[in-house]
Design a protein around this ligand. Sequence first.
Ligand SMILES: [Zn+2]
Length: 328
Amino acid sequence: MIPKTMSVMRTIAPQKLGLFQEKIPEIKNNQCLIRLERWSVCGSDIKSGWDHKKNTRGYPICHELAGTIIETKSEKFNVGQRVIALPSPIDIGGLCEFMVGIPEYMAKIPNEGDLSSWVTCQPAGTVLYSCQQIGTIIGKKVLILGQGGIGLSFAAIFARSGASQIICSDPIDDRLSFSKKVGATHVINPSKASIDDAVAEITDGSMADIVIEAAGYEQTLNDAFRLVKQYGKVIIFGMVRDGNNPSTLTSIATHYLLQNCPTIIPTVGGRSADPIAHIQAMVDLKERGWWDPGELITHQLPFSKAQQAYEMYASRKNGVVKIVLHDD
Ligand SMILES: [Zn+2]
């Protein structure tokens, strides 16, 4: 039996989730109804949604979602199929118990295996998409700025793609231990040592062929342009943005650009022509045993403790990397 109403959470004030009871949506032709069972907390929620200004209806939050189809009007998806689903652009966000699934926004998950691990294929899939835009990684010296869930995913994927050096930088030592676990060849804590000197020494003075900005700060964006070798590549993944002020401008030291002339590649999987293909590809690679992004999960909490989960994630304390919420 499908209940009539469900719990929905959205941000109602900076860093405050509000709980709403809302009608369970009806599905139209070609759609499915999904009972959500896992929700994973994402840095982009913290950057763009968590600080969102007061809004009585609430600001939608959460897009890393997995669950089971309980009703279908789609020929491609049967009842009982487990899926990763992206909220549609007109949706209420993903921090809710039931969601309308649209085939173009759903990836099939195998019946076996822990759903918490599977849901992490959503963020890892967006990193896979980013890596697909870089060109060859084999034999390259790569520097990754930021070792949250995204930066660590880059490290794990590069380790499996033949990078010659995987240099990871983060001011939190716990995260650097994690970096080594997933495949970093070198780690740097920029709050303890000069990152410029460290990268020069590790790369024998050549600097990095590829720099990934996965931290989302003005300073790390400038670091990327400065630490890349001449004619190297800078991949922008992190969001440099103040949630309350999306039009804030970012300062860039343009002399780094003119000195190093990098190719700059901003990547956003969700804005690609097919926003689900790279997530399905990550699911298939995990199934094959290539890499399990579930190893990045450090904490799991029930859905009803979402407020606490978001606070823990934003604090970056107690070794937190990836938090997955499960149904109560
Ligand atoms: Zn995300």
